[in-house]
Design a protein around this ligand. Structure first.
Ligand code: AMP
Length: 190
């Protein structure tokens, strides 16, 4: 059970990843959570990542890949995993391919959470996270369109993408995911 939850910020990926990781007893790996805790703990990663996260910009790939390499080295990923917020650029997607092959993991199935932009801004303002001001929200959405949205096509070409309607209620999305996820398997050749 390897999954990548892909979609714009505010699409509900983190909430659903929490619910399903708990239900299936697999780790929920959120680069955003790891970065926020590094920032709070003022670690060297946190200190370097902070300006980018606070500005709503992407943290440089080299930092993100270093933290992912470390995370993949932990033994709990053998049961499966849900990647949330990673990869976010084509170059991270290629680097992930390498990591998967180094750690002999199958390629995750990619779940794309489709949600209209207007609902995203509303949802993010409602959750009130520190980096959720209207200005940074707009910036994160622009960056998502430019850097992350190309991954939809990238994984679709590999036959690895399942689209779900992320505008449904939290409960309905969980149910859709539960019912459909296990049917799909990524047939990608890396
Ligand atoms: P998230 O919780 O996924 O919305 O991430 C919060 C912030 O962390 C983002 O706005 C970025 O600044 C940073 N971030 C999280 N994941 C990544 C990633 N894969 N690559 C670059 N920056 C990231």
């Amino acid at each position: 059970m390897q999954f990548i939850f892909l979609g714009p910020p505010g699409a509900g990926k983190g909430t659903q990843a929490d619910i399903l990781a708990d239900r299936w007893q697999i780790p929920h790996i959120s680069t955003g959570d790891i970065l926020r805790s590094a920032i709070a703990g003022k670690t060297s990663l946190g200190i370097q990542a902070r300006v980018h996260v606070e500005a709503g910009e992407l943290v440089p790939d080299v930092l993100v890949m270093a933290l992912m390499r470390e995370r993949f080295g932990e033994s709990d990923i053998a049961q499966g995993l849900i990647l949330d917020g990673f990869p976010r650029t084509l170059s991270q997607a290629h680097a992930l391919d390498e990591l998967l092959s180094i750690f002999k993991q199958p390629h995750p199935q990619v779940i794309y959470f489709e949600v209209a932009t207007e609902s995203l801004v509303k949802r993010m303002l409602a959750r009130g996270r520190q980096d959720d001001t209207e200005e940074t929200i707009r910036r994160r959405l622009d960056i998502y369109q430019k850097d992350t949205a190309p991954l939809i096509d990238f994984y679709e070409r590999r036959n690895c993408l399942t689209k779900i309607d992320g505008s449904l209620s939290m409960r309905e999305v969980t149910q859709t995911l539960q019912e459909s996820l296990l049917k799909y398997q990524c047939s990608a050749l890396r």
